[in-house]
Design a protein around this ligand. Structure first.
Ligand code: PEP
Ligand code: MN
Length: 338
């Protein structure tokens, strides 16, 4: 940790900060140049209220390295984490596409969409049974009945399942059906849920909060790894914009940052990022080009009838076209597609 003093701080102020650091049981190492003093602090293990230092006269900034993520970082593990489900590979040079509807609406709907995506080589089927909806009056998902349909999809089409766990009460139930447990954008900082996911032995797909920084996203993932579950897949799903246009913004630069800073696989979700069908394929190509490790995409056989997120769902033809384009691009980029 480093306490940076104002350049107007007096020697008495520096001394007062030094005393306070010592009083906390830590060691202070003042470093002074012509303009200002910074005090290096050693012995900090996160257990003392160093926030107090910030309130002392003459203190400009307290930089806590202890707040940084560790387990998720490339410093801790230089090589890529590869999450495998049988012969399905997520991470490294592979580019899997995880696809399906936003919500499971009925057995017929799930089966029809599963057939369409499986024909294109998809191995992991997405679909929410428990849905976090902005409005309490919107379709909330089929709940347990939706999980039962997903279990049938797995059997019938030999697909693996990614589905969302919304709370600590239902995560174990969801984990019985899910091959990958999704933690949604709205829950990225639900620390009880993250801790519980850390205790499970199932891969977790963690979506970036819609207003979260890359640092906050990585720290959320750190909770899961710290709990003992190393199989975490990150997913950039678009962040809120200031500009006056609909949808979120797919933060392509964050995909570059995340893949550099962390060894965890990073997927892109172009559906929630754009909220608009016509942008899904171009954003998918962009995500592949900047180094994403795969996609999470929404597809519906009749988007106009979808009970959630119909406007961003690819039609069957749109999905096939996108897959054809991505397949070609993946060859050029030396990626193992789907
Ligand atoms: C979803 O994947 O359907 C979903 C609700 O996503 P997000 O948490 O990114 O909004
Ligand atoms: Mn959705």
């Amino acid at each position: 940790m480093l306490v940076v003093m104002d350049n107007t701080a007096t020697p008495e102020m520096v001394e007062r900060v030094r005393e306070e650091i010592t009083r906390m049981g830590l060691s202070a190492h003042p470093l002074t140049d012509r303009n200002r003093t910074a005090i290096g602090v050693t012995g900090y293990n996160g257990n003392v209220a160093v926030e107090r230092l910030r309130t002392l006269d003459g203190v400009r900034e307290v930089i806590r390295y202890g707040d940084r993520y560790h387990l998720v970082s490339r410093e801790h593990q230089p090589e890529d984490t590869i999450v495998t489900l049988d012969d399905i590979v997520i991470g490294g040079d592979h580019f899997p596409v995880l696809a399906g509807p936003c919500s499971i609406e009925s057995r017929d709907q799930a089966f029809r969409i599963a057939e369409i995506v499986a024909e294109e080589g998809v191995r992991v089927f997405r679909g929410g049974a428990f849905k976090p909806r902005t409005s309490p009056y919107s379709f909330q998902g089929l709940g347990e009945a939706g999980l039962e349909i997903l279990a049938e999809v797995r059997e019938q089409f030999n697909l693996r399942i990614v589905t969302e766990a919304m709370d600590t009460e239902s995560i174990e139930l969801v984990a019985e059906t899910a091959d990958i447990i999704q933690i949604g954008s709205r829950n990225m900082q639900n620390y009880s849920l993250l801790k519980k996911a850390g205790k499970l032995r199932k891969p977790v797909l963690l979506k970036r909060g819609m207003a979260a920084t890359v640092q906050e996203f990585l720290l959320a993932a750190e909770y899961i790894l710290d709990g003992g579950n190393a199989e975490v897949i990150l997913c950039e799903r678009g962040i809120r914009m200031v500009a006056n246009r609909p949808g979120n913004m797919l933060d392509l630069a964050s995909i570059i940052d995340l893949t550099r800073l962390s060894h965890l696989p990073v997927l892109a979700d172009p559906s929630h990022a754009s909220e608009e069908r016509s942008k899904v394929a171009p954003l998918s190509r962009a995500a592949l080009a900047v180094g994403a490790n795969g996609l999470l995409v929404e597809v519906h056989h009749e988007p106009g009838q979808a009970l959630s997120d119909g406007a961003q769902a690819l039609t069957p033809d749109g999905f096939r076209e996108m897959m054809t384009e991505l397949r070609r691009l993946a060859v050029a980029l030396n990626k193992e597609f789907v």
